[in-house]
Design a protein around this ligand. Structure first.
Ligand code: PEP
Ligand code: MG
Length: 582
């Protein structure tokens, strides 16, 4: 019997293939004590397991080098050196001599090391905790004879659908799109970074399935429907045929939308809506540049860091920014400074915080690490000679942060002058409006900046106190909540009164009904995932701003998100009948 698992639509597309289950968690170790006579054999088992793990890591390293790059591959050098450490071997051997089995001894020593490193006051030591955990999983899996779940050895053309709890950085760098055609995760929501990354890569994805990893076995045939947010396990012939038909219809819609990509982004009553693309990885820029977008409304630079053990230096960053800027040929490219923290973390080195989304994130971290921040700012100033670059600061809550950032930007320009390096210093500096604090004090921020960009993913999370990454709260994450709509409207009014641009770059802008609401609230610039540009353009071209404003003003006064949605839905249905479907 087929089973249908319902999750959260994260990235559209229908794909059929064998499941590749990846369980990347420390396995349970059964209790087993040994006698003195068994000691040499257990020690030999540990040595064999270490040798196999190293061989495996060398292989994974090679693949990461091919698919991601040298910095990403370095993660695995660190893990190899952990296994080769003589002290680790000595400690495991001595536990075996005390009567522990090979796996019991190794598990015990690794827990101890993780605990010790995790409590260390030194960042260098804390950096190793995630690596220790990866090594623990890998070696224990070998000792316990568990299947090797690494996705690296899938044959090309395997068309596998990766099923995993969450996509960790060390898994992300191994993703090979020639063998993985879709992603399904237990964790995550539409605005969690796995979902954002999947959309950027154009990989169909369903997240927030809660129990996919326990209900699916490797090799099970599955149909993943990224737009519906479903995963059908062991489908029958009729369901496979229906999926093929839906996929065919999706491709037709895609082709129709492709025709719209080149058309003007102008409403039925003649209002111009600037549509730009969000870019997460420099490699996506080709897709973004041909999507019909008029530039980049948000480049998330932290994806240059996520999953790496070292920060990219000034030159590496310069190359990455220049690639995106050049692809847009003079059109505006808004580059956001590092939004590291929350759920976007480099490998190791970052403090484990009880509340990462309320923690040392984004501008807070950059201002506390001025050398790291200035390296990025210098790279941006240098890359700016290639086009119309604007710099954007994330997670702003006060004017002081803007002033400090501006000071560091000016200092970076002076450094480049002193070095005699070509750059542009007159770059507009804007801020993300993604905290209630920034919305409410937008009038104080406006005179300090060149533009506002509303980040609805975080704004919704912080306004409604709903974790954007928590799958079990997904139905409470409601961007159409009147509190959110009022904050957006307020920001738009302040921007208009101050004569500065206000755009929206959160995922909300990519959703037809919500894009309609935003235009109704007076927003005239939207930045959406590259694959959503044609769809949003279709909404723009079919609506009248006066009618959209009427629906949005009514939604502002609604008592609930549900009531606001009904009002907006009625408005959009009247203008573009059938577009929203049921
Ligand atoms: C947002 O918060 O809406 C946003 C665009 O930034 P990110 O999703 O990267 O936090
Ligand atoms: Mg944000």
């Amino acid at each position: 019997m087929p089973t249908i698992l319902v999750g959260i639509p994260a990235s559209p597309g229908i794909v059929v293939g064998p499941a590749h289950l990846l369980r990347w968690e420390v396995p349970e170790v059964p209790e087993r004590s040994i006698g003195t006579r068994e000691v040499p054999a257990e020690i030999a088992r540990v040595h064999d397991a270490f040798a196999s793990a190293i061989e495996r890591l060398q292989h994974v390293r090679k693949r990461a080098l091919e698919h991601a790059g040298p910095a990403e591959a370095a993660i695995f050098d660190v893990q190899i050196s952990i296994i080769q450490d003589a002290d680790l071997t000595n400690r495991v051997e001595s536990s075996i001599r005390r009567g522990f089995s090979a796996e019991g001894a190794f598990d015990l020593v690794m827990f101890d090391l993780r605990d010790h490193f995790g409590r260390s006051p030194h960042a260098m030591m804390r950096e190793r905790v995630d690596d220790l955990c990866d090594v623990q999983i890998r070696v224990l899996s070998i000792l316990l004879g568990l299947p090797d779940h690494d996705p690296v050895d899938l044959p090309k053309g395997a068309n596998a659908i990766l099923i995993t709890h969450d996509l960790t950085p060390s898994l992300t760098v191994q993703l090979d799109r020639e063998c993985i055609v879709g992603i399904a995760t237990d964790a995550g929501t539409r605005t969690s970074h796995v979902a954002i990354l999947a959309r950027s890569l154009g990989l169909p994805a369903v997240v927030g399935l809660l129990s996919a990893t326990t209900r699916i076995q490797s090799g099970d045939r599955v149909i993943l429907d990224g737009a519906a947010g479903t995963l059908m396990v062991r489908p029958n012939a009729a369901e496979l045929a229906a999926a093929a038909q839906r996929s065919h219809r999706e491709r037709q819609t895609h082709d129709e939308l492709a025709l719209i990509a080149g058309m003007e982004s102008i409403t039925a009553d003649g209002a111009r809506i600037v549509l730009r693309a969000n870019v997460d990885l420099p490699d996506e820029v080709a897709l973004a540049a041909t999507s019909g977008a008029e530039g980049v409304g948000l480049m998330r630079t932290e994806f240059l860091v996520v999953g790496r053990t070292t920060m990219p230096d000034e030159n590496e960053q310069y190359e990455a920014y220049a690639k995106v800027i050049k692809a847009f040929d003079g059109k505006p490219v808004i580059i956001r400074t590092f939004d590291i923290g929350g759920d976007k973390l480099p490998v190791g080195g970052y403090p484990h915080e009880p509340n990462p989304f309320l923690g040392w994130r984004a501008i807070r971290m950059c201002l506390d690490e001025p050398e790291l921040f200035k390296t990025q700012l210098r790279a941006l100033l240098r890359a700016a000679v290639h086009g119309d670059v604007r710099i954007m600061l994330p997670l702003i809550i006060t004017v002081d942060e803007v002033r400090q950032a501006r000071f560091l930007l000016e200092e970076s320009a002076r450094d480049l002058v002193a070095r005699g390096v070509e750059h542009r210093a007159d770059i507009p500096l804007g801020v993300m409006i993604e905290t209630p604090a920034a919305c409410i004090t937008a009038d104080a921020l406006a005179p300090e900046v060149a533009f506002f960009s509303i980040g609805t993913n975080d704004l919704v999370q912080y306004t409604l106190a709903v974790d954007r990454g928590n799958a079990s709260l997904a139905s409470r994450f409601t961007p159409l909540h009147p509190a959110v709509l009022r904050l957006i409207y307020r920001t738009q009014l302040v921007g208009a009164a101050s004569g500065i641009d206000v755009s929206v770059c959160g995922e909300m802008a990519s959703e037809p009904l919500m894009a309609y609401a935003l235009i109704g609230l007076g927003i005239r610039q939207l930045s959406v995932s590259a694959m959503s540009v044609p769809l949003v353009k279709r909404i723009v071209r079919g609506i009248d701003t006066t009618r959209a404003a009427e629906a949005a003003m009514a939604a502002l006064e609604a008592g609930t998100a549900h009531a606001a949605e009904a009002l907006l839905r009625a408005g959009l249905d009247a203008e573009l009948p059938g577009l929203l479907g049921g």
